[in-house]
Structure formats: structure tokens, C-alpha cells
Design a protein around this ligand. Sequence first.
Ligand SMILES: [Zn+2]
Ligand SMILES: [Zn+2]
Length: 69
Amino acid sequence: MSSHYEKCCVGCGTTEDVARLDRCPICSKTFCTDCAYRASGRRFCSDMCARTYNYGDIEDDDQDPDLDD
Ligand SMILES: [Zn+2]
Ligand SMILES: [Zn+2]
């Protein structure tokens, strides 16, 4: 029993014992239904991940097109 892995919500820290947790399809973090951000019929850990999913842009790109320097 050395690999016990306890999941908890990234938002409020609640555990699977007291709440139902989902996993973000973008960043694989877990979150409870209270903290879930819903978009496109799916649930995400945050609006940022929802936007990432909608844009389909999850490549390694460090450059922000909005930055002008
Ligand atoms: Zn939560
Ligand atoms: Zn996420």
C-alpha cells in the first residue's frame, strides 16, 4: 500500500470521499462539480482550459501573439 493516490479538487480541495470529481480533458486536473466550468457540453477545471479546448490550441507555444515586444 505505498502508492495511495488521493485525488482532490483543484478549486476547493475537496476529496473524492465527499464529492464527485471529474478530470479536466486539457490539464488532467481533478475538480468537483461545484468548481466545474461548463462549456461545449463538457466540464473543465477552469475557463482557461475550456477556451483552450475550444481553440484546439494545446501545442507548446511559449509566444503570446498579443505581446508586441
Ligand atoms: Zn471544488
Ligand atoms: Zn484544466
